[in-house]
Design a protein around this ligand. Structure first.
Ligand SMILES: [Zn+2]
Length: 248
């Protein structure tokens, strides 16, 4: 009964959306990343994006006005990883902050000698556990062009990874994926990637298991053949996890 009510409520949100079909068409047109989806999948993705827009608030930082077009572009790409998982995978947080360009938060890090340093390095995106997703619009506006990089997918995959604790490259598993095989596949591929950089795969993925998952997910959706050639087992594991197979 609860499930039925939830579906009914979601259906009401979707059917009362005021975003015009032309504006959706325009947003899909700007995202070659989504070209391979079937008509049914595009409809489901749009419905998920409507739910995401309903559930999350967008905040523009540094006086940035977040337009409807910007929101649609972000929401459609954010919902691609959950296309066959559902909107509940993005629960427990509420805000998407958009900066005009890269942002440089001040951080205090403690080094190996116990000394605290303040660092400022420019970021294109960030995801906080139970907190906001932060995106730089400069890095987001062309994210969907299928060049193998996608800051929106990257940050939202961190959000999936954080559903069962701090981001560690090990998101909650479906019943048909063995946790041990996921762990073996990703540990081996991560270790190999640290030693042997692969052309087209961002070296940033070698910095931590969580970054490896996020970077490989970007490539999974943007250049699936490249990932399948470099790490076929990672491709298959991601395909089981996302319940999508962008190559076929
Ligand atoms: Zn990251």
């Amino acid at each position: 009964m609860f499930k039925f009510l939830k579906k009914w409520r979601q259906q009401r949100i979707i059917s009362s959306s005021t975003i015009s079909p032309e504006n959706w068409e325009n947003a899909f047109g700007l995202l070659p990343l989504l070209d391979h989806l079937s008509a049914d999948e595009k409809n489901s993705l749009r419905d998920l994006a409507i739910l995401l827009l309903h559930e999350k608030s967008f905040l523009g930082a540094h006086d940035l006005v977040v337009s409807e077009e910007m929101m649609l572009l972000i929401a459609l790409q954010a919902c691609l990883p959950i296309l066959h998982l559902g909107i509940d995978w993005y629960s427990e947080w509420t805000t998407i902050i958009v900066y005009p360009a890269g942002f440089a938060p001040e951080r205090t890090v403690v080094d190996e000698f116990g000394l605290a340093h303040t660092t400022r390095s420019e970021l294109s995106g960030e995801a906080w556990q139970r907190g906001p997703v932060i995106l730089s619009w400069k890095h987001t506006e062309n994210a969907g062009i299928k060049d193998g990089h996608n800051v929106v997918i990257h940050e939202f995959v961190h959000k999936l990874d954080m559903l069962n604790g701090a981001a560690n490259g090990f998101p909650p598993m479906h019943k048909d994926i063995r946790a041990t095989s996921w762990s073996e596949i990703f540990t081996a591929a991560f270790a190999d990637f640290q030693r042997n950089p692969k052309p087209g795969l961002d070296r940033y993925g070698a910095t931590a298991p969580a970054e490896f998952l996020a970077v490989m997910s970007e490539v999974f959706f943007e250049k699936p053949d490249l990932l399948n050639n470099a790490y076929p087992e990672v491709y298959t594991a991601l395909s089981l996890f996302f319940r999508q197979d962008p190559i076929h």
